[in-house]
Design a protein around this ligand. Structure first.
Ligand code: BMA
Length: 869
């Protein structure tokens, strides 16, 4: 049995590929059909879906209720405490057994699985994050064969491991109580996604199952098992690469390896294979290289490269990879304050704009390609160039990285460790090392890969070098236990993982933890090195303006919660639950302080609506305004700060959380606000201490002259004051452009009835518009019952919506009601008096007929009637 690296391998039956022949030298039998399952040893066999999970199979047969609905999560907690069996009978033709070798490939098993082929134990799996393979020809027979997989309860395995370890280990988000385990935290002993055991945005659903495809691979003589196109050097003239090929051979023999770009032969080499595993490095060159860029800086050009293995002059198999030519590094140059921390792509410093990313579901196999496509499309649409795959989930499916490659989005990749300490027995360390090698090899060809990071927040949580910092973990242990726990941490994150990255992804930057400062010192909310997670806003109740005071070199986490919109709430809560304190709503709010925080910040900024739907809406505006301010603050501190990744872009289920898009991928107000705040050129305004401070930020790669045109209007559109200022915008820069005392524009009473329109012009073109309010939203005297002119016209993309009003309509929320699903190109925006706004609505289903009367409009002015005093 071996851990397998094949889920991006394209083992072509080379009948037609790059040459012609009659007898295929490899062939595949997919084993994803005809599966049945049952509780181990009990009950009847029911049909099962592969790839899938026990929970989703049980749901399909109505054996368990949908755990996402109301509080039904409770009712399914028994599922992870029993063993499950999956069984599949399949046919093998006599000719298939003529192959020299047949390999059984299981690309993903969740998690402790014994695989039997015709009653022979062939694989003993113990890690979710890797694939498995085994040569099984001798166990197969012509005709019917039988595959059976026994899944041990992960909880049982975890409890055994915990008992053996003698004392527990910290795992802050493991909701053991909810799983009926009291204080027994088992997640840390299992190499399985941490979030399955609960998180502060997710339920506890500890899955089992065959979560990636299974197949039999027949092959002759030899096969390529891996190819890595390592970029040795890159100039304007050429890229020098080496194709690092791994070949498994059944014979000692000569063979030929050729490298093609499309149909063009780039390199070839005769190789002498020995029986067993072989490694060959084949140099190749690509002239006039087209570089891979993030979408905001250029084109993400990809090359299709194929390595082909021939035996006795006949091609026998091939592997194809899409690669990109680019240099990526992290620049840490010492300066007066500390040292820089920024990504440099093809020699250009980039400000990383993006978000943290968690899995898209508790049940990973049911996330289809559309969900991934929509996620990456929404990333690009919102002007983001980086996503961080956070360490409590899983190393994503290939499609995620493929889409990032194509879209020009960089990936910050955590290893799968988060907010926990881990055991250090040799068996666990061996397992971690195999997992790291497997995934580094699987992901290293992707040009989107920008950094490998050891873990999420463990360095700061344990706080080895400062007794008074951290999350209070180490104080629970004896000095001996502390030494052991830290030594294990040190071994995994400072030795094992960087060694694996160095060996298998040479040149790629490794960062021990996020956040991380410098060796021997931990990150806090303003350390001048490395990255920072700033949670003072939210956890410590700092005001939003504190985003301007807690800035580091790279802000890799900060966030603020909101509820999803009512349409989404309706999928899990009945009308009688529509109160954020109801048990059902509370079950979909997993942060203990969540509701408290939302309420207290809302009281500071808005009038708190009594109406539930309006409360959800205002909550979304609150989140959007807060995170917009964070992004503006970070960008205004460029180049000191060179990255801003908010927590978190998506959700695993319908829930109140820090997400910008909910579980159904509906954009929250925040995602629309982020899209604007991440535009290449923006203005940012901070209203504080009776002044408006305006910054101009440009990510353009060239210097420009611009003009700031400021206009103060009342809510009926009457101009009260103006100022124009010419500004110089150097390339990639943030400029503190203006500081205006409010008193210079208007008196305090008027400040409640006006907005400052900040327009930035370059030449004749307006490149950014930002309406700025001089008081808190709750103090604004918003016009009531404003007449909005609405037009809804059929267009190529769906519908064109035209809106205008003669008075300000703040934070217009458009919706076509529960029956019509679709996407608005803008929403939650301020409709300024006299301005005509054009928006496109793309209905999900073609053929829906929509009219202006169908368009529902809610605005902030509508919410001030029924407020909680
Ligand atoms: C961050 C993350 C997560 C968590 C989030 C919200 O620190 O790393 O662990 O979900 O905070 O609390």
């Amino acid at each position: 049995m071996r851990k397998l690296f094949t889920d991006i391998i394209l083992m072509a039956a080379l009948g037609g590929l790059l040459g012609c022949q009659t007898q295929p030298n490899s062939d595949m039998i997919e084993l994803n059909d005809n599966w049945t399952f049952r509780q181990a040893g009990k009950g009847t066999w029911l049909d099962a879906r592969v790839p899938g999970t026990v929970h989703t199979d049980l749901m399909r047969h109505n054996k368990i209720p949908d755990p996402y609905f109301r509080m039904q999560e409770k009712e399914v907690q028994w599922v992870d405490k029993t063993d499950w069996e999956y069984s599949c009978r399949f046919q093998v033709a006599e000719e298939f057994l003529e192959f020299d070798a047949v390999t059984l490939e299981c690309l993903g098993l969740d998690t402790y699985a014994d695989v039997y082929l015709n009653d022979k134990l062939v694989i003993l799996a113990d890690n979710f994050f890797v694939g498995w393979e085994k040569e099984v020809k001798k166990h197969l027979k012509p005709g019917e064969n039988h595959l059976r997989i026994f899944f041990h309860s992960p909880i049982t395995i975890g409890l055994q491991a915990l008992a053996k370890h003698k004392y527990g280990l910290p795992a802050t988000n493991d909701q053991s109580e909810r799983g009926g385990l009291g204080d027994k935290l088992v997640s840390v002993f299992l190499r399985k996604p941490g979030y399955h055991f609960g998180w502060d945005w997710g339920p506890r659903l500890v899955t089992s199952g065959i979560y990636r495809p299974i197949r039999l691979q027949g092959w002759n003589k030899a096969r390529l098992t891996d190819v890595y196109f390592h970029q040795d050097s890159l100039t304007d003239i050429k890229a020098q690469l080496s194709a690092r090929c791994e070949v498994e051979s059944l014979v000692d023999h000569e063979a030929l390896i050729e490298i093609f770009q499309g149909d063009t032969l780039l390199a070839m080499q005769e190789v002498a294979m020995l029986e067993g595993k072989n490694k060959f490095h084949i140099p190749l060159e690509i002239y006039d290289p087209q570089l891979w860029w993030t979408h905001d800086l250029g084109k993400p050009h990809l090359y299709n490269l194929t390595a082909r293995l021939s035996y006795q002059r006949k091609p026998i198999n091939a592997l194809t990879r899409k690669i990109g030519l680019r240099t990526i590094k992290i620049v840490q140059t010492p300066d007066k304050k500390g040292s820089s921390f920024y990504f440099e792509l093809n020699g250009k410093p980039i400000f990383a704009k993006g978000a943290n990313y968690i899995p898209n579901d508790m049940f990973i196999p049911r996330v289809g390609p559309e969900k991934y496509q929509n996620l990456i499309r929404s990333t690009v649409d919102a002007n983001m160039n980086m996503l961080r795959i956070w360490g409590g989930g899983f190393y994503e499916n290939d499609i995620f990285y493929d889409l990032c490659n194509e879209a020009g989005v960089l990936v910050w990749q955590d290893f799968m460790f988060a907010c926990s300490m881990y055991p250090g027995d040799p068996e666990f360390l061996r397992n971690v090392e195999e997992e790291a090698v497997y995934n580094v090899k699987r992901l290293r060809n992707h040009p989107c890969m920008a950094i490998w990071c050891g873990n999420n927040e463990i360095d700061v949580a344990w706080s080895q070098y400062n007794e008074f910092m951290g999350w209070g973990w180490k104080q629970q242990y004896t000095m001996d236990q502390r030494r052991v726990i830290w030594n294990t941490y040190d071994t995994i994150f400072h030795k094992l993982l960087p060694t694996v990255v160095g060996a298998h992804h040479p040149g790629m930057f490794y960062w021990p933890s996020s956040p991380f400062n410098i060796p021997g010192k931990h990150a806090n909310s303003h350390t001048p090195n490395g990255d920072i997670h700033y949670w003072g806003v939210w956890h410590a109740e700092h005001p939003f303006s504190a985003y301007y005071e807690n800035i580091g070199r790279f802000m890799s986490e900060y966030g603020f919660q909101s509820f999803p919109e009512l349409k989404t709430v309706k999928t899990y809560a009945l009308p009688e639950d529509w109160n954020i304190e109801s048990p059902v709503m509370a079950a979909h709010q997993r942060s203990g302080i969540g509701n408290l925080r939302i309420r207290s910040y809302m009281q500071q900024h808005y009038r708190v609506p009594k109406d539930f739907a309006q409360f959800l809406y205002v909550g979304q505006l609150l989140q959007a305004e807060g995170i917009k301010m964070a992004i503006e603050a970070h960008r205004a501190s460029m180049p000191y700060c060179m990255g801003s990744l908010y927590w978190q872009i998506n959700d695993v289920w319908p829930v109140a959380s820090w997400s910008g898009m909910d579980y159904y991928q509906r954009w929250k107000a925040m995602h629309y606000f982020i899209k604007k705040a991440f535009e290449r050129t923006i203005t940012a305004a901070l209203v504080k201490d009776g002044k408006v401070r305006i910054s101009v930020i440009s990510d353009e790669l060239g210097a420009r002259e611009g003009e700031l045109r400021l206009r103060l209007y009342d809510f009926a559109g009457k101009k009260l004051w103006k100022k124009d200022t010419v500004i110089q915008m150097p390339e990639n820069s943030a400029l503190a452009a203006l500081e205006l005392p409010i008193a210079e524009m208007c008196d305090l009473a008027t400040a409640k009835k006006v907005f400052l329109q900040v327009d930035l012009y370059v030449g004749r073109q307006r490149v950014f518009r930002n309406p700025v309010y001089l008081t808190n939203a709750k103090d604004l005297e918003l016009p009531q019952q404003v007449q909005i002119e609405k037009r809804v016209l059929p267009s190529d993309e769906g519908y064109l919506i035209r809106l205008s009003a003669n008075q300000l309509v703040k934070n217009v929320f458009l919706d076509f009601g529960d029956e019509v699903e679709g996407f608005f190109t803008d929403n939650y925006f301020d409709l300024l008096p006299g301005e005509m706004v054009h928006i496109v609505f793309r209905p999900e289903k073609k053929g829906v007929e929509l009219k202006a009367e169908d368009l529902q409009v809610l605005s902030l002015g509508d919410t001030v009637q029924g407020v909680i005093q």
